[in-house]
Design a protein around this ligand. Structure first.
Ligand SMILES: CCCCCCCC/C=C\CCCCCCCC(=O)N[C@@H](COP(=O)(O)O)[C@H](O)/C=C/CCCCCCCCCCCCC
Length: 216
């Protein structure tokens, strides 16, 4: 029986390994590994319950758009985020000021995930400095309000805010990460965070240089 990747058990270690493979020595970001990192994260979210499925669906949808580009006839241009940006901008395949002919451009699709990566970075930072009494819902909302929320309409912010209250407590959260004791979780978080931060920063700089941080 075929098993969908999203249904396999999550381990934080796997996400760490994927983000490790994301950057080339010249700091190019491999789209295949970037997307694999997101697939792993979605698997984590799927373990948290159906209340998150509207978030998961949107992420899966965006991942699929990028996979389609990678596997499409112009896939060679989508090997790295840098080559994707150059190709799509040079070929005028991106809606720059208002939504139009290219609602599924790689650049705009990846930008949405990139903004979510900032949320993840802020959330993991909080998790890393958290104590047994810390509240995952509060950490998640704070990270969201400092990042993604600024790009979301009121109705999405409301729905996300409601879902955050269904997050399990810190102990269960650590169990789902599937790396062992809380000390081991902290150690893996310590290894994962700098990688995620670097991938985020390289992408942010690339988008800033090309003036595409606000794609519609
Ligand atoms: C390492 C383990 C610990 C943390 C694991 C976290 C796992 C998180 C996995 C996935 C995160 C979801 C990524 C969501 C991408 C959202 C992209 C987006 O902004 N989409 C909106 C804009 O798209 P367009 O309309 O312009 O195409 C779209 O409107 C959004 C719809 C859905 C709601 C998005 C809410 C985002 C909340 C992010 C926090 C997730 C909390 C998960 C709890 C662990």
């Amino acid at each position: 029986m075929a098993v969908a990747l999203e249904d396999l058990k999550f381990t934080l270690q796997e996400v760490l390994d994927t983000f490790k493979s994301c950057l080339s020595e010249h700091k190019d970001v491999f789209l295949e590994h970037y997307v694999a990192g997101w697939r792993g994260l979605v698997r984590f979210m799927n373990c948290l319950g159906s209340v998150f499925s509207f978030i998961s669906k949107d992420a899966v949808n965006k991942i699929q758009i990028l996979v389609n580009h990678l596997n499409g006839e112009n896939g060679a241009h989508y090997v790295t985020i840098q080559s994707m940006v150059k190709y799509e901008l040079d070929s005028q395949l991106v809606d720059l000021t208002k939504r139009g002919s290219f609602p599924e451009s790689g650049c705009r699709t990846l930008l949405r995930l990139h903004r979510a990566l900032r949320w993840l970075e802020l959330f993991l930072e909080r998790l890393q400095t958290s104590t047994e009494d810390s509240n995952t819902s509060v950490m998640c909302s704070e990270a969201y309000n400092e990042s993604l929320a600024q790009h979301h309409a009121w109705i999405i912010r409301k729905a996300a805010g409601t879902a955050f209250w269904a997050l399990p407590g810190r102990a269960t959260f650590f169990d789902v990460m599937n790396v062992g004791s809380p000390e081991q979780v902290m150690a893996v978080l310590g290894d994962t965070l700098p990688l995620i931060s670097e991938v985020y920063q390289v992408t942010e700089d690339l988008y800033a240089q090309n003036n595409i941080l606000e794609l519609p």
